[in-house]
Structure formats: structure tokens, C-alpha cells
Design a protein around this ligand. Sequence first.
Ligand code: GLU
Length: 481
Amino acid sequence: MPPPRVRFAPSPTGYLHVGGARTALFNWLYARHTGGTFVLRIEDTDRERSTDAHTKVILDGLGWLGIQWDEGPFFQGAYGPRHKADAERLVEGSAAYRCFCTREELDAQRREAERAGLTFRYDRRCQSLPPEEVERRRAAGVPSTIRFLVGDEEIAWDDAVHGRISFQGRDLDDFVILRSDDTAIYNLAVVSDDIAMAITHVIRGDDHISNTPKQIALYRALGHEIPVFAHVPMILGPDGKKLSKRHGATAVGDYQDQGILAPAMRNFLALLGWSPGGDREILAEEEMIALFTLEGIQKKAAVFDATKLEWMNGEYLSARPADELLPAVTRRLEQMGVDWGGRDLRPLIESVKTRSRTILHVAERVAVRLEPSRSTLDEKGEALIRKMGPAFATNLERAADALEPLRNGEWTAEQLLASLKDAAESHGLKLGDAMQPIRVALTGSTVSEPVNELLEVVGPDRSLARMREVAERVRGAGSAR
Ligand code: GLU
């Protein structure tokens, strides 16, 4: 068996949807797993809705995700002459016929069927036109389409995901394959291109299942072996409805903008409808490639869980060296108008990346450590202030007093911890009661890196000023806002 040839065939009529990206990823993983070839074909035949800008967004999105194609991008619009020739070949072999019915005539036939309570099916009136009549009308310039003559027999295939699927030929209408302006309808264009590009496996969304019998009929009529079809499950929102903008971002580019890392996004997308077996979720690229099979694709719809994506991104963030995150974080800080005065941000990134969910979150937390006044008090911080009462401000001031002597030169995590322990002990406080108010004063929250590390990165001047300021404010107002 020659190695497989697969393709991703997006229509450039919109942004790169997460569903499209997932289809591209499955094709790419399959090609890499099998040593096959991944072809990219842009299906730009809908001239009104296809734009170069959309094509660029799709190519950029694939590039960002690290999905490299081996051949292409090919543009379907360039293959019009082949599509037309294939349609004409089918007419010559009597597998298709010229139809001269106008839109008005077809609408009238449709209305009639509806009145009679029947499903409209083209009644093949043009199929029985004598060849001389067809020629006469063509010579006279009467517009015509080409319709495919669908046989009555069953059309079935063994779908690599869903198993056996079958349709009755008699339930399919004689569908149009070539418009009167000689452009191909989707089903013909796809089959003509897949044959020309020697595609062996068609891996695509299961919204295309209803097109497949028509495409199989075309393959047969054109004298070609049918490829393997693998229809991958739909992606649903958490409410069980088809994923849409109502559920939040659906464009891959939005996740890039939200500070999701490309390898995390790719890992997350891979698990939408595919399981490597077991309960492993974090998979490096090589592992995904090694484990990917069509058998591992699930039949049931996948659910897009944005919380899980953030969790996964957090896992990737903490595993990345600060160096690698630096460019994206500084870009974000610039957008936020934060001035870091040439300071090396890597230690700050290093200390916040573990508890962060996205690059934006990392940048926000770095910004707060550069300028503690940017912090906002969260629920947990507020609850702590309420719970501790006056002790919150007192402990904060005591801690500031204890740390004051370290201002010159000894402001290190180690020394800070030692001084805080001493202070807690001499005032008879639990270490936590001495430390939590510092955390809340500097970050607005009770969750952060260890307090001594936090103090070290914020630095003596900003830490001490902020601690005293918050203590004063809480004492005055009963709140740190
Ligand atoms: N252009 C089609 C789409 O975007 C591709 C269908 C296919 O993969 O066959 O849905």
C-alpha cells in the first residue's frame, strides 16, 4: 500500500473555526503517523464569499498551530476546466445529462410537489430529450446545467469512524454537478480534485456525511476507487448545542489573542473527539503523532470546555522557560501601558507563570508586581480582610516594620523569610497570619507564589510603601479598595 494522502479543504469564507482547525489537525496527525502526505486545498469556488484575507487568516492559523502542509496550498478555483471536462465526460458516458429546465420551471415543479404533499425530486424530463434536440438547444444558446443520473441501488461505505453507513440511491435526487455558467457544484469539484490529487483518505466533519453518497456515486461513474472516509464528530458547547459564538470565541485567532499557547491549543484540539487511550491528557507533539489512529476517533460529539483549555494552557505555561514567554508577555505589557524601566522581566515571569492560565494572565500578574497599585481585590482577599478584622492592618504594619531594615542590600527571598519568621514569633503570630495580609496587599488575592518570593520580585520600595498604604486604608475604611 502506498502511503496515505490526506487533505484539508477549507472554504475561505470566514475565519479559521476551531472545528476546521481540529479537522486540519487530525489530517496532519494521520499523515505524520503514517508517513503520508498532507495536502492543503483552498476551496475558493464561492467567488462572492471567498476572500484573500480569509485565506491568509486560515494559513496563519495553521502556521500558528504548527500544522505544516506538504503540498499546496492549491486553489480549487484554478481547476474549473478539469471540473467541466469531468462533467462532460459523465454526459458522454450517459452517467449525467443536460438539463434545460429554468429556475422558474423548477420552482413550479417544486410547488406542485409540495401541494401534493410529496418531497420534490426532479422528474428527469430532460433526460429523455433526443440527442439532436439537446444539440439544437445548445447551438441556439439555451442555457443548461448538467445533472448526475443517480441509480436506484444502495450506496454504502465503511466509515472509519462510524462503521457501515448506507443510503438508498432512489432517495437521492438527480443533483446538479455543473451550473449553466460551467462552474462546478461542490460535490463534483471535491471529487474531481480528490481524484486528481490522489487523495486516499477523506477525514472531515460529519456534517458532510449526507454529501458522501453523492460523492461515492461520482467516484464510481468517473471510474475511480473510493477513498477511505472518516467523518469526525461535531463539536458542541457545554450546553450540548452546536458550538457557536454564543458559547464564546470560536476562531482560532481569538485564542491566540487571549494568550493561549499554540502547543496547548493543539493538544486541546487533538482531544476533541480523539482519545489516545487511558486518561493521559498532556501529550507532546511526538506522542500525539505516535498514538494517533483513525480507530481512536470517537463517534459521539465532543464538548468544547473552555475551562479545560485554560487548565491545559496553565500546564504548558508552567513547563515553559520564562525566556520563551518573554516576547509575548512584553508585547502585552506594552499594550497595557506598563513601564518596566528596562528591568529583566524573566524572574517575574518565572515566579508567576505556575499559577497563571494564559499569557494575558501572566502579563497582568507581572504588571501587578511591577506596580502593586494595579491590583484589584478579589473575593478571597476581601474575605480575609473581613475575617481578620483589625489584625489585618496591625499584622501588615508589623511585617513592614520587620522588613524595613532589609531595604539596603539584603532584600532576598531567604532573608525575607527569616525576618518574617522572627517577626511572627516575637509577636506570637502564626506565620500564615503574618504572611496572608502581605499577599493581599501586594496582589489583591490570597493565592500567589510564596510570599518571600513575591516580596523579592516586587522589591523593597514598592513592597513597603504598598503594605503601609493598604494597612492605613483598611484601618480607615474597613476595606482595601
Ligand atoms: N470546503 C469544504 C468545507 O469547508 C470541504 C469539504 C471536504 O472536506 O470535503 O466544508
